[in-house]
Every structure is written in C-alpha cells, then in structure tokens.
Design a protein around this ligand. Structure first.
Ligand SMILES: Nc1ncnc2c1ncn2[C@@H]1O[C@H](COP(=O)(O)OP(=O)(O)O)[C@@H](O)[C@H]1O
Ligand SMILES: [Mg+2]
Length: 357
C-alpha cells in the first residue's frame, strides 16, 4: 500500500507531495493535465520503468537533468522507504535505506498493475503479454519462482549460444538439464496458480459480462502435451539449430482464454475484451490479497472513456471489494458511480500541478 509519494521533474510534474488513501484515490483533471503522468510515477516506484514507453529519457521533465520519485510503502506493520532517481546518464535506486540489489526486490515491495486503454492487448496481442501476466501473478505468491526464472534464462542463453556457434549437441546437454529442471518448475507453478484463480476468474467474468457463457483460461506450456521438457528439447535440436534459438519451453508458453466455445481473440468485441482483460487483472489482485494479506495497487487510467457506465460501475465496485489500493483517473467524475466518488480521496490535476481535495 502506497502511503505517500514525492515526485520531482517527472513528465510534466515539476513537484508533488501526496498522501494517499489506502483504498480508493480519484485523480480528476482535463486532457493533458498530467493524470497519466501521475500514474506513471506510481508505477515507476514498483517497476523502475514506464507502462507507456520503453525509454526512460522521455520521463524526465523537459529542461530538467534528472527525475526523482520517492515514497513510503506500507506492508503490514512495516513502512519501507523507496527512492528512485534517474538522470540522463545514470540511476540510483534505494529500498529500505539501502541500495537496491535487484529489480525483483522493488517489485516485491510494491506490487502494482495497470489497466489503461491498451488493456485489450492482453487478449488480442501476442503471447508475451499473457506470459507476463501469468508470471506477475505467480511471482507475487510463490517465493521460489523468481530463482527458477533466473536459472532458466541463464541456461536458455547458453543453449542458444551453442546453437548459433555450430557446437555439438554434447555441449548443450548440461544446459538442457538445467532448462528441463527449472522449466518444469516454472511450468508447474504456473499451472497451480492458474488452477487457483480459475473459479474466481469465472465468477468475476460472468459478473462483469453478465453473460451465461462461461470463461475459461487454459494454459499452453510451450511444448507438446504429454512430453517432458527434456524430451522436447532433445527432439527440437535440429529445428532449433536452423532457427538459431530454442523453440520449446515455458518462454514460449501462452494462455488461451475462451468465452463459451470460442477463443476470445477470434470472437468477442473489443469492449468485451477490455472487460475480460480487466477481469483477469482483478482476479489476480484478489488472489494476491488472499495469499499475502497485502493490498496491491491498481492503476485504472481513463477507463470511463473506454467502458460504458454500467460496466465501469460493476468493475470498480469489484475492484474495491477485492481489497486493492485503487488509483482511478477520470476527466469527468460524473461518469463514475456515486459510490466510488463518495468513498474516494480526490486529487485535482491541472497543468502538471496535483492538489488534494
Ligand atoms: N518529459 C516531459 N516534460 C514535460 N512535459 C511532458 C513530458 N512528457 C510529457 N509531457 C506533457 O505532459 C502533459 C500531460 O500528459 P498526460 O499525463 O498524458 O496527461 P493526461 O493523462 O492528464 O491527459 C502532456 O501535455 C505532455 O505533452
Ligand atoms: Mg491520460
């Protein structure tokens, strides 16, 4: 839970010092006032990156040398200070008063998810987004997961080096052993996780869509069903050699989401896709809450522009009841349900200036 935030020279925000409510925060402002920038700064505190751009340069306010975002994150009884500073040349990140050891610690300390107008990409985009979604969920409830991913990524890189260097199969065998072990662990953690969230995914999706057709999410592991990853790697050797990289394994996994008998990508409207993607994220946040007792942050950017009021109302009420800390941006608050407005702490943004009340 993000208690307080100080922003300096981030996008159009020169300086802001804010105290947030533990449940619902409403950020109101006209177009181009800085609403999304504020959400970006919050996201930055948990991910050290933006959800809008892969480059960090554009985040530094025009004319400034560096940006700074600091905050106090409350986890149960503990309050942990976080601070990130980024100049055009270098960066400094601190967590709990110490230099940051790895990004995983930052992410673990402040879990944050974003729902913005591109959210449907989770369903109609490539498998990468869906893997990231799944792994975000597993990472935050399963401590060993990150270690397996680190081992897996290292071994994958090494096997790919062998593939490209015309090396013989024997050179790849130790890496394949490592890939098989870490990869099977990643695979089974994903399956267990998906199984755990499936009942609430079905319930949330049917509440949101108001549809009789059931929603189902099926995991596709990234190699042939019924085969061990070790066998799949061995069988894929020649193909991988001509491709120059490893074609099987959890880094090729996917999530197939269905509504009734149809794949969501092939069938449902963009509006429904947004709602379904929202359902996936809400389910994940609720699972996080259930497993850790902690509240993750959900950034909901401009959803009133995307969803009709009835959908939006149901969605936000579900988000509130799931126990996440919400940050909702809106141009016209009258587009939000009264229950959300009356329970929220309100911030007004204009020309990059953020004020409470
Ligand atoms: N690095 C930057 N320095 C200064 N202004 C910026 C920077 N990046 C973006 N902006 C400006 O910030 C303004 C607010 O953007 P945004 O947060 O997207 O507004 P909103 O979400 O309220 O519509 C825009 O006018 C944009 O041009
Ligand atoms: Mg915006």
């Amino acid at each position: 839970m993000l208690q307080s935030l100080t922003i300096q020279d981030f996008r159009c925000i020169e300086r802001a010092e804010l105290e947030f409510a533990p449940d619902t925060n409403l950020i109101i402002g006209p177009n181009a006032s800085g609403k999304t920038s504020l959400l970006e700064a919050i996201f930055f505190l948990g991910r050290a990156r933006s959800f809008r751009t892969a480059r960090l340069g554009p985040l530094i306010r025009d004319g400034a040398h560096e940006l700074m975002v600091t905050g106090q994150v409350r986890n149960g009884q503990r309050t942990v200070p976080v601070g990130l500073r980024r100049g055009r040349r270098g960066a400094e990140m601190r967590l709990g008063g110490q230099p940051l050891r790895g990004l995983a610690d930052l992410t673990e300390n402040f879990p944050v998810q974003i729902l913005d107008p591109t959210v449907h990409g989770l369903l109609d985009g490539g498998p990468r987004e869906r893997r990231k979604f799944l792994d975000w969920g597993v990472f935050h409830v399963e401590q060993s997961f990150h270690g397996y991913w680190q081992r897996y990524s290292r071994a994958l890189k090494q096997r790919n080096v062998v593939l490209r260097s015309e090396g013989g199969r024997a050179e790849a065998i130790p890496w394949e052993r490592e890939l098989a072990e870490a990869g099977e662990a990643i695979d089974s953690a994903r399956r267990v996780y998906l199984q755990a969230i499936t009942p609430s995914l079905e319930a949330v999706a049917s509440t949101l869509l108001g549809s009789g057709e059931g929603v189902a999410a099926e995991y596709e592991p990234g190699w042939a069903a019924g085969e061990s990853l070790a066998d799949a790697l061995a069988r894929s050797w020649e193909r991988d050699r001509s491709a120059g990289s490893t074609q099987v394994g959890p880094h090729r996994g996917d999530l197939s989401v269905r509504l009734g008998p149809h794949r969501v990508q092939d069938r449902v409207s963009r509006g429904q896709q947004k709602v379904l993607a929202g359902a996936l994220v809400l389910t994940q946040l609720a699972e996080y809450r259930r497993r850790t007792g902690r509240a993750a942050a959900l950034l909901a950017d401009d959803l009133a522009a995307e969803l009709d009021p009835a959908f939006l109302g149901r969605f936000l009420e579900l988000a509130q009841s799931g126990g996440s800390q919400l940050f909702i941006t809106v141009i016209r608050p009258e587009n939000l349900p009264e229950t959300v407005i009356s329970s929220a702490k309100v911030f007004h943004v204009e020309h990059g200036v953020v004020g409470a009340g």
